[in-house]
Write a protein of this length. Structure first.
Length: 266
């Protein structure tokens, strides 16, 4: 099981397949490398495809330490550095997309060729002048408390909201079991809470990279109107809306997703 050690000593598990330009997937809240099985298989004939378990998730070290977006971004930097990666196309999904934006803010784009953001929002919670987030700050606080008190029930139940149409039963239960590898609950809740409270609006006009925005038309968590914000504010942007997807287009419409990313990353 491949393991890298982050700069603060936390062990991070990753998987990789193929050769060529690196594509690095950054999973979302509670998610693991298994969520990107289809991408590892479909894209590895042309690219070096890498996906890792964020700290506290999947097979990575279980820790409360560093469960905040800035540290998660540093972990992404540690992955790229340890593997000697340049000319990278990082793909961030949900909290992973927020992590990727934070990476650009903190470390710049020296190692990066292009970026892809899936189900992303520049401000996941509502604030003055912005009402297209997941909810208000109080809702985020309530979710954090619920996760801390009953993670084993709340996390899999929340996962059902990610899909416009649920995956086949066997796959759904496998993915749900993957989310339950996340520990401790307080750490996961802290990472999500910090992610929800990020405000990346001022970063968007300064993203000097080709950017692909992928969003599900039926995303019940991050309203699809968020894609329009990236369209308006990111200088070199391409927006693709998936008509039959919710929050996880790479699972719900994998054929179109893989074809699109194959074209974009080439």
């Amino acid at each position: 099981m491949p393991i890298l050690t982050a700069s603060d000593g936390v062990e991070l598990h990753y998987r990789e397949k193929g050769r060529g330009r690196p594509i690095v997937f950054i999973p979302g809240f509670t998610c693991t490398t298994r969520f990107f099985d289809r991408q590892l298989d479909a894209l590895s004939d042309r690219f070096r495809v890498i996906v890792y378990d964020p700290r506290g998730q999947g097979e990575s070290e279980k820790t409360r330490r560093g469960q905040r977006v800035g540290r998660l971004a540093h972990d992404a930097h540690d992955i790229l550095t340890a593997l000697g990666l340049y000319d990278v196309v990082p793909v961030g999904w949900s909290l992973g997309a927020t992590t990727l934006l934070s990476y650009l803010d903190l470390f710049g784009s020296d190692r990066i060729r292009k970026i892809c953001l899936i189900g992303s929002s520049p401000s996941p919670v509502n604030r003055a002048g912005w009402t297209n987030g997941i909810g208000d700050v109080a809702a985020g606080d309530a979710l954090r408390t619920a996760l801390e008190q009953d993670f084993a029930t709340v996390a899999p139940a929340a996962m059902r909201q990610w899909f416009h149409r649920l995956p086949p039963e066997g796959e759904f239960h496998m993915l749900a079991k993957e989310t339950l590898k996340t520990a401790p609950a307080e750490g996961a809740a802290a990472a999500l809470w910090d992610g929800l409270n990020q405000n990346m609006f001022d970063l968007l006009p300064h993203i000097a990279l080709p950017t692909l925005i992928i969003h599900g038309e039926h995303d019940a968590l991050v309203p699809v109107v968020n894609a329009d914000v990236f369209r308006e504010k990111v200088p070199d942007v391409r927006v693709e809306i998936f008509a039959d997807s919710g929050h996880a287009p790479f699972i719900e419409e994998p054929g179109r997703f893989n074809e699109l990313l194959n074209d974009f990353a080439g």
